[in-house]
Design a protein around this ligand. Structure first.
Ligand SMILES: Cc1cc2nc3c(=O)[nH]c(=O)nc-3n(C[C@H](O)[C@H](O)[C@H](O)COP(=O)(O)OP(=O)(O)OC[C@H]3O[C@@H](n4cnc5c(N)ncnc54)[C@H](O)[C@@H]3O)c2cc1C
Length: 302
């Protein structure tokens, strides 16, 4: 990356009150615990975000938004790009009546507990998904029969030129693990959700029940990015993997979980190549033995 461009972006970030780190290891910001350093790592802050994005675009420097990093697999090599991290500095929940508005970096679990505390039901399914609200909108997260579409009213986002826009629910292009933001490159600022009045005790019980189911079925004691593959039409990825005898298959410290075969886990110090070797081997064997093509749900950045 051109040093002059880095300096310009750094100056714009400082002006927006953003914290900056150079050569920040992405392994510290992903649930897989894998990833080389980012040339420039900026803690996004709401104030001045549009101007900052405009500057990055003008400098023609590659960049991407990162939430909790719970659906990401970065290669171990240094990443010559700007990472705009939506974390604590971009968090906050506001509740007015039945409307819950959350900044993109807010952890989903915080949004769920805030809704519960206000006696609002509808988000229980998302409790336990270890992402941010921005990542949940982008990935169109869902679990246990619940999906973001059931609650989303609108999303505020900003384009590469720094222009803000509100997307109504029917403009979000939501389909299985996909939203319009994967195509249009807008950066999500906040999401507005509408929930129903509910009983706090019942909401808490539902959240706890779903969290227990996760602990029971998922290898939460290991680093991972959750379900590695999308659910193919007409089958379950985990079932196909078991059927092909791949449970426990490993390369280095990357392994097909023995608890939930749909998860590739990092049992220690797995490298990007270890994980990729497992992912590709599983895809090849499943295709050969069953005919099903397993598409990665995890986003891979080389
Ligand atoms: C143990 C475990 C269990 C999981 N269970 C589930 C589950 O039940 N259901 C489910 O759907 N997922 C699940 N996941 C996957 C993951 O938590 C979700 O996909 C989550 O929504 C990702 O959010 P994130 O903040 O971590 O996004 P990241 O991983 O940080 O990013 C994912 C994508 O979103 C983009 N993005 C993030 N923030 C923004 C923003 N503000 N603006 C624009 N783009 C943005 C990134 O550029 C990236 O392309 C699980 C993961 C783990 C590790």
């Amino acid at each position: 990356m051109n040093q002059g461009s880095i300096d310009t972006i750094k100056a714009a970030a400082v002006q927006c009150g953003c914290e900056i780190n150079t050569n920040e290891p992405l392994s510290a910001h992903t649930s897989f615990g894998i990833g080389g350093s980012a040339a420039l790592f900026i803690e996004a802050a709401p104030e001045g975000l549009s101007q900052l994005i405009k500057t990055i675009t003008a400098e023609n420097i590659p960049f991407m938004a990162l939430g909790k990093g719970s659906n990401m697999l970065f290669s171990d090599a240094p990443h010559d790009m700007v990472i705009l991290h939506f974390g604590r500095a971009f968090s906050g929940v506001e509740i007015t009546g039945n409307t819950v508005t959350a900044y993109a970096g807010t952890p989903l679990s915080n949004v769920c507990t805030a809704a519960r505390d206000a006696g609002l039901t509808g988000l229980e399914f998302a409790y336990g998904i270890p992402g941010s609200i921005g990542g949940a909108v982008y990935m169109y997260a869902g679990a246990y029969g619940g999906e973001m579409a059931q609650v989303l009213k609108s999303v505020k986002a900003v384009d590469m030129q720094g222009n803000e826009r509100i997307f109504a629910a029917d403009e979000l292009g939501l389909s299985y693990r996909r939203s319009v933001f994967a195509e249009n490159g807008y950066i999500i600022i906040s999401a507005e959700m509408v929930l129903e009045n509910g009983d706090k005790a019942e909401i808490t019980a539902k959240m706890n029940e779903l969290m227990d189911r996760r602990r029971d079925k998922q290898p939460l004691e290991y680093k991972s990015a959750g379900s590695t593959y999308k659910r193919p039409v007409g089958a379950f990825a985990g079932g196909l993997i078991v059927q092909c005898g791949l449970k426990g298959y490993s390369v280095g410290d990357a392994q097909v979980s023995t608890k939930h075969a749909g998860f590739v886990i990092n049992t220690g110090k797995a490298s990007f190549d270890d994980v990729m070797s497992v992912i590709v081997h599983v895809q090849d064997v499943v295709k050969e033995k069953t005919g099903f093509e397993l598409e990665c749900e995890v986003r891979i950045v080389r």
